[in-house]
Design a protein around this ligand. Sequence first.
Ligand code: ZN
Length: 425
Amino acid sequence: MKSWSPVDVPTLSLEQRGGPLTVHDTATGSRVRTSPVDGTARLYVCGITPYDATHIGHAATYVTFDLLQRVWRDSGLDVRYVQNVTDVDEPLLERAERDGVDWRELAAGQIALFFADMEALRVIPPDHYVSAVDGIPDDVEAVEKLLADGTAYPVPVPEDEATVEGAGRADYYLDLAQQPTFGTVSGWNRAQMMDVFAERGGDPGRADKRDELDPLLWRAGREGEPHWDGGSLGRGRPGWHIECSTIAQRYLGTGFDVQGGGTDLIFPHHEMSAVQAAALQGGAPFAQAYVHQAMVAFEGEKMSKSKGNLVLVSRLLEQGVDPMAVRLVLLAQHYRTEWEWTPALLAAAEQRLSVWRSAAEACSAGYPTGLGAQTVARMRAALADDLGSPRALAEVDAWARAVLDGEPASPLVPEAVDALLGVRL
Ligand code: ZN
């Protein structure tokens, strides 16, 4: 599927490159140094379910992984970046039904809005933006393989549920009891898992599952629901997690560098994507590190579609807010710290942007690069250290103060603000 428009990322006019990136890995609970092989870093970030517009919480996630790519690029690596779009899933179908619209039209409209938001925020687009629907043939092949291996099993469709022509009378699940790596991404115990499983798309109450937590791999086509060719599985549609297992494997292979997403995806989504991929690959690790963006709150509660307390990027832009100021609000927070959106944060970011722009205007190519080079070195060090964006911003603040106090400066820092932080002055 076509992704959003490319973003120009300048290469800094410095001999020295940035250093290697360390990140906090959820799976080990520790700081790990990313060490991509063959000069290419491989990143997978879970995409949106396109049933509602991009809110600041989503934007925080995509800007965080945009920052991560910029640090990798600055250190001389190429980046291969893949993102999916869950264009068939319960929440999308439910919303389409509620609003009386075709789910395909709803998805297309929301994807277009998401693209516009990402472009405005200058987020680097993925090399492969993959629709879950397009990935269905791979999902079918994967489930067939798991069944042949005896690691997946059928669960009969309840008798009172009508299936479409060509569908089987069974749904298929993964047998977690056979998966020794289950639990290693989240590190959660069973009680923690059971606490959120149902509210995050799981079906612990489904009769005849071997374990309440076993994830759905393939759902036989029910009357009134979309369905696709499922080969020997019969017509139906894939479970949520298998799409990311197969898309990531197809475009990035096994053991790719970073799996990213919001903390609300740690369990079950990232746990299940990883365990399904491991089941398909004889236990090989899905990713080297799992990196998670903390949740963003608004008016005292986690921003979420179900609560309706959303700050939408598109609405801020309609109100005339500079998208670079929105980006600066996000970068002023460390990605692992929960925070709350407030108008004061936006006002502070607008002020900061204005100061930085004034300083950039005072720069000249004929001026010395010493102050700039020192500032860039500090920005790089901050970002390489678990994406320390608040510290990087503070370095630019100090630089801007010096320039506005009359220190002559080259345009190196404005270049770095563009290349490393994605903020165009
Ligand atoms: Zn995913």
